[in-house]
Ligand binder design. Structure first.
Ligand SMILES: [Zn+2]
Length: 280
């Protein structure tokens, strides 16, 4: 039964042993005395083992060939009784067909998975401000969509569109909708080396020439980035004071320290960590 041994070793992935038993089978028996299907089968197994040994996958070709070899067997009705089956050895071939079919489909998937993994290792990492993007195609920029605004440290996903990466919160409803259509995702993560916090800040600045410019310069000195600024004049009480609402970003984690530093130059009405105000 060295032909069955050949199949068994093929399934186990030991192609050397499989080929050994194929050879043994061919030496022990005169292939010409066998049915066409038997001959084809043993040659087919040898062919698959040889290819796999060299890492070659020919899924479609193998499946076509398999269907050709076993076409007659598959067209036969199955035996209706044990007695009938006992005298009918084609059941072996039916089993061999389905086992080989499953094997070919499975091993192709395995190899495909390996290929995908290899691709992942070729990824290049891009850095955009506080974000890291890994992709195997070039990235021209990173953008936040309007639907959700993830904060530093939140779980995020990156969606690739025309070499641009759009960052969404992992739980964003837009993303779950998009997952149904064909979208490309890329690996994104926060750059932990540049941990920055965002704050909402309201200050009052005396309304004289150069006051705001001085204040902004002071912010820069403190290594605070200005993201947005809005102004409102206090028209009820004092025309000479303007209120500014600023969105700032800085590595400083202590809100008290920021407040103290700012108080040296201006009056801080309110300062809140944006992360905290979103969670409320
Ligand atoms: Zn979103």
């Amino acid at each position: 039964m060295s032909d069955l041994l050949a199949i068994a070793y093929l399934l186990k992935g030991d192609y050397e042993k499989c080929l050994h038993y194929v050879e043994l089978f061919k030496k022990s028996f005169n292939l010409d005395e066998f049915d066409e299907i038997y001959k084809e089968e043993i040659n087919f197994i040898e062919n698959i083992a040889n290819n796999l040994k060299n890492g070659v996958i020919k899924k479609e070709e193998w499946l076509n060939r398999l269907n050709e070899i076993y076409a007659d067997v598959l067209n036969q009705p199955l035996p209706e009784s044990y007695k009938e089956a006992y005298h009918n050895h084609f059941l072996d071939e039916v089993l061999a067909y389905y086992i080989l079919k499953e094997f070919i489909e499975k091993i192709t998937k395995k190899k495909l998975f390996k290929k995908l993994l290899l691709k992942r290792y070729k990824l290049k990492t891009y850095k955009f401000k506080s974000l890291l993007v890994s992709s195997n195609i070039s990235i021209s920029g990173v953008y936040f969509d309007y639907c959700c605004h993830p904060n530093y440290g939140d779980d995020i996903v990156g969606i690739l569109k025309d070499h641009k990466v759009y960052i969404h919160h992992k739980m964003c409803s837009q993303v779950s909708q998009m997952l149904n259509s064909k979208i490309k995702m890329v690996f994104v993560d926060w750059d932990k080396s540049e941990l920055k916090e965002r704050y909402d800040l309201i200050v009052s600045i005396e309304n004289h020439r150069g006051a705001l410019a001085n204040f902004l310069q002071y912010l820069a000195k403190l290594d605070i980035d200005l993201l947005s600024i809005r102004t409102e004049k206090d028209t009820i009480t004092n025309n000479y004071i303007s209120y500014f609402e600023l969105e700032i970003e800085t590595k400083e984690q202590s809100i008290d320290k920021i407040r103290k530093n700012l108080e040296l130059k201006t009056k801080v009405i309110q300062i809140t960590n944006i992360k905290d105000s979103y969670q409320k």
